[in-house]
Design a protein around this ligand. Structure first.
Ligand SMILES: Nc1ncnc2c1ncn2[C@@H]1O[C@H](COP(=O)(O)OP(=O)(O)OP(=O)(O)O)[C@@H](O)[C@H]1O
Ligand SMILES: [Mg+2]
Length: 325
């Protein structure tokens, strides 16, 4: 098979049906179910994400998009399901292991640790650092070299995302849009193969929207796979090669943007839905609490793996609270 000329060509022969097999899928998930009491938030039979493409995940509020992200990246536990990334099983693995395998995500509500400087936020995004205490004691130079490399990478990314001038400011001093940029830049610290963005444009000042869109396209240009959740259909049409639609936990449609948006099933799913309605305060509180407790739990795992310097442990484990929004 000849190499496709553009990401769009990757989908030439792919049927426009839910769960459609892809030419070269990077992520494959089967029978993923997540229930909350009597509510089935996610019930996905099969989905494949094409390597090297930008795929949009759309659907009305409460469709299960964030829950699916949480489950696939280890931030939440599925009731059942099996999924592989680059052919390796990652279902059931904690977030830091998923990140280490090359799949990283950002949050619908930005998680920048407001009381840490921007540069330290960036350094927290590194995975796979060797600096375990024992190693540090035995081979201090090895650890130091890694710290230096991480700082260098962080500075390069801050430059690229136009945040270099904010390097030593507290993340709390950033605007909403700058925090979205920081989230994206921090995700890249892990040198991922696939980036999952949960509403990267939500709440971003229109002046920054184009910049963010350009950054997402850059990720694809650099060979990364992008899966993103977005409510703004203009943006979906503008940047995605393929669209996957969720409603009531299921995947109900798949195809190129123009095909999916004309699909009666999709129009039905959105009918009567105020899909731009903001999260309720309760939903927001619940999501923040969930994410904070997962981060706290995983920062214990992270401690073991020594993903970050121990001088940051307290800050990393501190719930960032409502001011992190
Ligand atoms: N921790 C939880 N406990 C109870 N119910 C939950 C929990 N997390 C999500 N839900 C419910 O699961 C369903 C799917 O929620 P989810 O946040 O995944 O939707 P979404 O598609 O991301 O919506 P939005 O577009 O508003 O962000 C909703 O009915 C939500 O209320
Ligand atoms: Mg969501």
């Amino acid at each position: 098979m000849n190499a496709p000329a553009t990401a769009h060509d990757l989908f030439t022969d792919v049927p426009h049906t839910p769960g459609a097999p892809k030419r070269d899928p990077i992520l494959v998930a089967d029978n993923v179910v997540r229930r909350f009491g009597g509510l089935t938030a996610v019930d996905v039979d099969h989905v494949e994400i094409q390597r090297g493409s930008i795929t949009a995940l759309i659907g009305p509020n409460g469709a299960g998009k964030t829950t699916l992200f949480n489950v696939l990246t280890g931030f939440d536990r599925a009731n059942s399901g099996h999924w592989t990334f680059q052919g390796r099983r990652i279902s059931g693995q904690p977030p830091y292991r998923v990140a280490r395998s090359g799949m990283v995500r950002t949050f619908q509500l930005t998680k920048a640790l407001t009381r840490l400087p921007v540069i330290e936020n960036m350094r927290l995004g590194t995975t796979g650092q060797l600096g375990e205490r024992a190693w540090r004691a035995v081979f201090p130079w090895m650890w130091r070299r890694q710290e230096e490399a991480a700082t260098e990478r962080a500075e390069e990314l801050l430059e690229r995302f136009n945040l270099a001038q904010m390097r030593d400011e507290y993340a709390g001093a950033l605007s909403g849009g700058q925090r979205k940029l920081l989230e994206m830049a921090r995700a890249l610290m892990a040198e991922p193969t696939m980036v999952m963005l949960d509403e990267p444009m939500a709440g971003v000042n229109p002046a920054l929207t184009q910049t963010l869109l350009a950054h997402v396209k850059d990720l694809r240009a650099m060979g990364m796979t992008v899966l993103f959740v977005e409510h703004d259909m203009d943006m979906v049409r503008d940047i995605s090669d393929w669209v996957v639609v969720m409603a009531e936990g299921h995947i109900v449609s798949e195809g190129p943007p123009e095909v999916v948006m004309a699909d009666p099933v999709v129009i039905d799913a959105y009918l009567g839905q105020h899909h731009d309605a903001p999260l309720t305060e309760e939903d927001e509180e619940r999501q923040l609490t969930d994410i904070d407790s997962t981060l706290q739990r995983t920062s214990a795992g992270v401690e073991h793996a020594d993903i970050h310097d121990d001088t940051h442990d307290d800050a990393a484990a501190t719930p960032s609270g409502p001011e992190a929004r």
